[in-house]
Design a protein around this ligand. Structure first.
Ligand SMILES: [Fe+2]
Ligand SMILES: [Fe+2]
Length: 136
């Protein structure tokens, strides 16, 4: 997998969210570039990556709540976060249960999902919050 590159299409304009997104993409690249096939090493990096993802999702959900993001859109966004976490959990269970590590499909899926989510759901949410600043 070629490394994920940060570019303007991924900027939402919110410094906290953009900073966290950059950090997560760096982590995805780190997992993709690991030379080691040692499951302990791979799981160590994947676990740190998923901690960042958890922290980031919680931060966005807090922003949505404080910013008065409409309930329907909020629920949809949170469901997308939950789905990604469930899939990641299933994948890491797979890693843990097997010495035959196939991380490429997981990293590929995660990278594609994140970029798509940032460009659609996250952008929509930040645009709304910027357009309704008094609610924040
Ligand atoms: Fe995000
Ligand atoms: Fe999000």
């Amino acid at each position: 997998m070629s490394p994920l590159e940060w570019d303007a299409s991924l900027e939402t304009g919110d410094a906290l969210v953009d900073g966290q997104h950059r950090g997560i993409l760096l982590f995805v690249n780190e997992v993709a570039a690991l030379e080691s096939d040692d499951p302990i090493v791979i799981l160590g990096v994947v676990d740190r990556l998923m901690e960042h993802v958890d922290t980031h999702f919680a931060a966005e959900e807090e922003l949505m709540m404080r910013g008065g993001y409409p309930a329907d859109a909020c629920n949809e966004h949170k469901a997308a976060h939950r789905m990604l976490k469930d899939k990641a959990r299933a994948a890491t269970l797979g890693f843990r249960g097997s010495w035959n590590i196939t991380r490429e499909p997981f990293v590929e899926f995660l990278g594609t999902w994140l970029v798509d989510h940032i460009e659609t759901e996250d952008r929509k949410m930040i645009d709304y919050l910027k357009a309704h600043p008094t609610a924040r």
